[in-house]
Design a protein around this ligand. Structure first.
Ligand code: URA
Length: 286
């Protein structure tokens, strides 16, 4: 192998140990064919030019913030409490008034329209590169995330890191957030009201980060953002469209890493989804 070939091979297999660990955990403990198959070389389905073509500069700019006074959805003590719908509408106004990610984080820090904020230790806003082409969206912080103020840093986060490493990604090349920025007590499922209140912030988060590709980790994020009730078994494994203010962003629902920790046999499908993501991102640079 020439020096150049060696370099190419290293670039394509950036972390062979991580990939091997991933395969072993997935139960791939025996060879099923005499000839190795280079799945990275397998061509992805044709990608519509409209999605892959670099968007014109004007399109890549996030939609302008609506100039508004910063509304505070909860009435002062003694005033009438706002209804859930009014809180959600105020949340939308507040989110849309944010011109950049720093403003959105600050707005969430001060937002007292979601009771989860009171029981959470920290706001869990995001991790990774705000300019990354891919944004991953989970459900809600757990205990470790709540303590550290960062998404996916507990056990499922460690698995997520290994999954990303297997396709040469890490936290410096992706952007990660959650549907809910505060931990639900005891890691319970988010309620519909909590999701309704937090969704406008997430939608604005997506608009401001302006990803080329979205990954929904689990059915909660996928369902909330796509407005569907299908389970992750039906949703995963194919590219869907997320409408970002009139621009279509390809979105890939995948198994949540916490689910994969409980159901390791499902890692085979997760690996196939990771390869789809890898191919899609490679297509962006082609
Ligand atoms: N599960 C999630 O959905 N998000 C996290 O940040 C951690 C665990």
């Amino acid at each position: 192998m020439s020096g150049t070939d060696g370099k190419d091979a290293r670039r394509r297999l950036p972390d062979a140990a991580a990939m091997l660990a991933w395969l072993i955990e997935a139960g791939a403990d025996e060879a099923i064919g005499a000839t190795p198959v280079d799945r990275y070389a397998a061509s992805a389905a044709p990608i519509p030019a409209a999605i892959l073509a670099p968007a014109p500069a004007a399109e890549r700019r996030p939609p302008p913030a609506r100039p508004r006074p910063m509304p505070q959805p909860f009435a002062a003590a003694g005033d009438a409490l706002l209804s859930g719908r009014e809180v959600a509408s105020s949340a939308r106004d507040l989110a849309e008034s944010c011109a950049d990610l720093a403003a959105l984080r600050a707005a969430l820090t001060d937002f007292n329209g979601c009771a989860l904020r009171k029981t959470a230790t920290n706001l869990v806003f995001a991790d990774g590169d705000p300019a990354a082409p891919v944004m991953l969206i989970g459900e809600a912080p757990g205990r470790d995330e709540d303590l550290r103020g960062l998404p996916f840093v507990g056990r499922s986060g460690q698995l997520l890191d290994r999954m990303l490493a297997s396709i040469d990604l890490d936290r410096s090349t992706v952007y990660i957030t959650n549907l809910l920025p505060w931990r639900p007590p005891g890691n319970r499922k988010p309620t519909t009201a909590e999701m309704t209140i937090c969704l406008p912030f997430l939608e604005r988060h997506i608009a401001l980060q302006n990803p080329k590709v979205l990954v929904f980790l689990g059915s909660t994020a996928a369902g909330a953002l796509l407005g569907v009730t299908d389970g992750i078994m039906r949703l995963r494994g194919r590219w869907l469209n997320y409408d970002l203010d009139g621009r279509t962003v390809p979105a890939l629902p995948m198994f949540h890493p916490a689910f994969l920790l409980r159901q390791p046999a499902r890692k085979r499908e997760a690996w196939a989804d990771l390869l789809m993501l890898h191919d899609r991102l490679a297509g962006l640079h082609a």
